[in-house]
Write a protein that binds this ligand. Structure first.
Ligand code: PEP
Ligand code: MG
Length: 949
């Protein structure tokens, strides 16, 4: 491939005229053994046929096709003539780029140069005194000025200048030309009156790329005693292309053009008038994207696969946005298209692409390889983009003891996952060798990805890796990396700098979907970088391993392959943090909050963890492993027997029955819960359902999800908790201002009451999905009677339209205030469900995820038991039932006490159900009641645990 290389630039050449210059150039080519001296005739002949002057003081001499016989090797050389050479009568050149190409490879050089020639570089070319300067000039990014039809709006309803300014800025912002803050940089005092009705305003802060928007009001406004109807809003920065800008200004200042602009009401016509880029008049089709997670990597690569084989251009835009090629995964992802947004496809006329347009639309409707829930187009709402919140809790070390987070013994080779560091030189040796290195690295990563794809049976994993493969083959990505290489960067620098800038650009859009793509980009980025820098990739051990990480989020745990991960050991975290809850749900033993020294454990060293007491041993003696195996077998036997009986009711030996239900966070988990003996779903954590979506799921999506649970339950009751966002469960697309104490802040019902439309929508979806099946709805984090009544009022409103025969409405008791007010609340609710995780945290004033203290936040503390007792008595006095849905419900020491306090239902992670049911079947209710009364007068959680034995 022909490219411009710093080593191929000859400075300080002199020639009195063009003939001497051509001779000089041939001498250079001969010296470098690219041509024989006869090539000179070819250069001369070409100059006779057509001028090789390019502009900006640069010529690009090359031989005729007939002279190719004198070429020994394809190549390009640059000669700088500081005194200039008159080239074609009127133009003087300072730089000649002479090409010896056996075929049409010189077109590649032309491609690079034509971009550079968009900038005014003639003076810099003339005075350049280093090779580096010249190469940089030639490879510089062009100056730009976005001026296209999408940036023109007519018939704008504006009452005053403020309205017009807002529309102008908004137009630029929608096209991603400016960012938040641009509008406040627009100062009306600096507006310029261009002519009748036309004004301009400009700003250079918060500009992402120079652009001009034109906004024309429906009615003429008044500003400073003059008419104002058209506002030209200029967003400029140092990349502003002055030539193009001046051309635009010439048009705008011309009274004739002003008149036409004044008369013209059509954006397309105005675009033509001012020479803006117009949306090609190509066959067009639109479709609403119905994929729940938007146009993310997998559907994008599916779409690219359909489009890339088609001859002819095919482009796509979201809503009124800019068009991008539908043949590039990177470009498609940059659209950030969400469910419910409109995709407009255009295809080059009379090509295969145009013929296939309907099939492409159909494929999008069908979900591009994903199952999609049809969208109610009449009910589309704009999704707000909001900043992703960063929650971080660091903590101190503790040797070989962490917090027991998920029961069970596990051992296996350590798989330590931590950030890797890569070292490399910024500049490379030669373009050729760096390009080769990069190609080899990409090739090797692609091979290993292909192996993963063939090895795995899991579709989701296959799809993720296929999307990674597509990314590595994305022409746009490769082209950008090659641009970096052409600037003499080394292969790792060229690769990493582009990947990082692309990832950052995605993140800057503050979009969950694009942030996910940034993570994917960094993932493939690191793999290639690891090969380039010779950093060994830490391979997953072949046998089930102990995953060791700084921290792990609920969604990370949810993604784990249970067959590969025997146990989890983390440096930070608490037992009732949601990540621990997910680990328990997956029945993966886990020890958390073990201190950062665990990250020093060498990969593949054997580690034994005890998820029941929080202990872990590095390189345990063989006898310890034997004991662990024996203990595990004992536990497995107990579990096996309990599982065999799991569909039987939980009735004590003296005939008292307790309902045992399941807590779930994914609708698909219902089936497993039922199989494990759940008599109901006692807690559907709907915020976890929301978290599986990159933007707020709309009513239809929610309804479909809730329906899955109801259908699977086949008549068993479903207790659903309305969104409980906040605390340690931020939702990227639900804005919560940064808070000092998120657990004491805008959380649960406090948040949804401030977003009643969200609550209304969720309740509607629930009632619609219920079809008169037993539905129980409860509100989280109720602390005040007013909160309960406001939430209930919203539900009553929905019930008018969607009546539901088998509905009960209750609240969670997880704020001590609610437990203390239970006698009042019990009159109004149908049931209580006690969330002991939060009730304990708020009663003991210990953050449930606190690395050091959370072990002290024991739900069996008498203060918590007293609140539970008070709640149960108040409920029963009014004939209402009480459940427990916190983690305490599955604690074998707590089961007899909670039952003894009169709790009617215990809801837990479904893996615990068989064991708890088996335990209840061996208990005596009367004795448990006595035990519970004794527990109420204990002085510590320790004493309560001792009491149970
Ligand atoms: C609780 O607080 O006990 C509860 C069940 O809710 P969550 O753990 O989801 O906050
Ligand atoms: Mg809670």
């Amino acid at each position: 491939m022909l490219a411009l290389d710093i080593q191929h630039v000859r400075m300080n050449q002199r020639a009195a005229n063009k003939a001497e210059a051509l001779q000089c150039l041939v001498n250079i080519l001969v010296e470098d053994q690219l041509v024989t001296p006869q090539y000179l005739e070819g250069l001369q002949a070409r100059e006779q046929q057509s001028a090789t002057y390019l502009g900006q003081g640069i010529a690009i001499p090359h031989g005729t096709p007939q002279s190719r016989q004198h070429i020994l090797k394809t190549g390009v050389r640059l000669a700088h003539f500081p005194d200039g050479v008159i080239w074609d009568g009127e133009n003087t050149i300072y730089l000649a780029i002479v090409i010896a190409a056996k075929s049409d490879e010189h077109l590649q050089v032309l491609q690079i140069l034509t971009r550079a020639l968009l900038n005014d570089i003639s003076e810099q070319v003339k005075i350049a005194d280093t090779q580096q300067q010249l190469i940089e000039l030639l490879q510089a990014q062009p100056h730009s000025l976005a001026l296209h039809e999408n940036l023109i709006e007519t018939h704008v309803l504006a009452e005053d200048l403020d309205d017009l300014l807002w529309h102008s800025a908004q137009c630029l912002k929608q096209q991603k030309m400016v960012e938040t803050g641009f509008i406040s940089a627009l100062n009306p005092q600096h507006m310029i009156h261009l002519g009748e009705n036309i004004w301009s305003i400009s700003a250079n802060q918060h500009v992402l790329s120079p652009a001009v928007s034109i906004v024309k009001a429906e009615n003429t406004l008044q500003y400073q005693d003059k008419n104002l109807q058209t506002l030209i809003c200029i967003a400029s920065n140092e990349q502003l292309d002055l030539i193009q800008f001046n051309r635009l200004m010439d048009v705008l200042f011309d009274p004739n053009q002003q008149q036409q602009l004044h008369d013209q009401q059509d954006a397309h016509q105005i675009a033509q008038l001012i020479g803006a880029e117009i949306i090609p008049d190509w066959p067009t089709r639109t479709v609403i994207l119905a994929n729940a997670h938007g146009l993310h990597a997998r559907p994008s690569s599916y779409l690219v696969n359909i489009c890339k084989g088609l001859q002819g251009e095919i482009q796509v835009a979201v809503d009124q946005g800019q068009y991008v090629s539908a043949k590039s995964v990177t470009r498609l992802l940059s659209l950030g298209c969400k469910r419910g947004q409109k995709l407009t496809f255009i295809a080059e006329p009379e090509t295969q692409a145009a013929v296939q347009l309907d099939q492409i639309i159909e494929a999008v409707k069908q979900g591009l390889g994903e199952t999609v829930e049809p969208i109610d187009e009449s009910n589309l709402v704009q999704v707000q983009q909001t900043p992703v919140l960063d929650f971080n809790n660091d903590q101190s070390d503790q040797q070989n003891k962490g917090i027991a987070a998920s029961s069970g013994l596990a051992f296996g080779p350590a798989h330590v996952v931590k950030a890797r560091t890569f070292q490399y030189d910024r500049y490379g040796h030669s373009l050729k060798s760096e390009t080769e290195k990069l190609d080899i690295a990409i090739h090797s990563v692609k091979n290993s990805i292909r192996q993963y794809i063939t090895k795995t049976d899991i579709d989701a994993i296959k799809q993720i890796f296929t999307a990674h493969l597509e990314m590595l083959e994305d022409p746009d990505l490769l082209q950008n990396v090659h641009k970096n290489l052409a600037q003499n960067l080394s292969a790792p620098a060229a690769w990493h700098e582009y990947i990082e800038s692309a990832a950052k650009a995605q993140e800057a859009l503050n979009d969950h979907l694009l942030a996910e793509r940034a993570a994917d980009l960094r993932d493939i980025g690191d793999r290639v970088l690891a090969v380039l820098c010779g950093v060994e990739e830490i391979k997953e051990p072949e046998t089930p391993y102990i995953l060791i990480k700084h921290d792990i989020g609920p969604s990370d745990v949810a993604k784990l392959n249970k067959d590969r991960v025997a146990g989890i050991l983390t440096a930070v975290g608490g037992a009732s943090a949601h990540s621990a809850i997910v680990a328990r749900a997956l029945a993966i033993p886990a020890v958390v909050g073990a201190g950062s020294s665990i990250l020093q454990i060498k990969s593949h060293t054997t580690v034994l963890i005890n998820g029941d007491n929080g202990e872990f041993v590095i390189e345990p003696e063989p006898n310890l492993i034997d004991q662990a195996i024996a203990e595990r077998q004992r536990q497995q036997q107990i579990r096996y027997e309990a599982e065999a009986q799991c569909q039987h009711n939980a009735i004590t030996i003296d005939g008292h029955q307790v309902e045992v239900a399941a807590n779930i966070g994914k609708v698909q988990a219902t089936q497993q819960a039922v199989e494990r003996g759940a008599e109901a779903i006692g807690l559907l954590r709907t915020e976890l359902v929301f978290m599986q979506h990159n933007s707020a799921p709309d009513e239809a999506t929610q309804e479909a999800e809730y329906r899955i649970v109801m259908n699977t339950l086949a008549g068993r009751p479903l207790v659903v908790r309305t969104l409980d966002v906040g605390g340690d469960k931020p939702l990227p697309y639900l804005p919560i201002p940064e808070e000092e104490n998120p657990f004491l802040g805008l959380r649960g019902i406090r948040l949804t009451l401030r977003k009643p439309e969200l609550l209304h929508q969720q309740l509607t979806a629930l009632l619609k999905a219920a079809d008169d099946r037993p539905l129980r709805i409860m509100f989280p984090m109720i602390g005040r009677v007013e909160e309960w009544r406001s939430a209930k009022a919203i539900l009553d409103d929905v019930r008018i339209q969607y009546p539901c025969k088998n509905l009960q409405v209750g609240i969670m008791i997880e704020v001590p205030a609610a437990a203390l007010l239970a006698p009042i609340l019990a009159k109004e609710v149908d049931f209580f469900s006690i969330g002991t995780n939060d009730l304990t945290q708020y009663t003991m004033a210990i953050d449930r995820g606190h690395p050091l203290l959370s072990a002290e936040a024991d739900g069996l503390h008498p203060s918590v038991l007293l609140l539970i007792d008070q709640t149960v008595r108040a409920a029963h006095a009014h004939g209402k039932w009480v459940g427990i849905c916190g983690e305490l419900a599955a604690d074998p020491k707590a089961v007899p006490i909670l039952m003894g306090l009169g709790v009617d239902e215990l809801s837990m992670s479904s893996t615990s159900i068989p064991l708890v049911k088996a335990q209840i079947r061996q208990l005596n209710y009367a004795q448990s009641q006595q035990l519970a009364q004794k527990a109420l007068s204990c002085e510590s959680a320790f004493d309560v645990r001792q009491l149970v034995g």
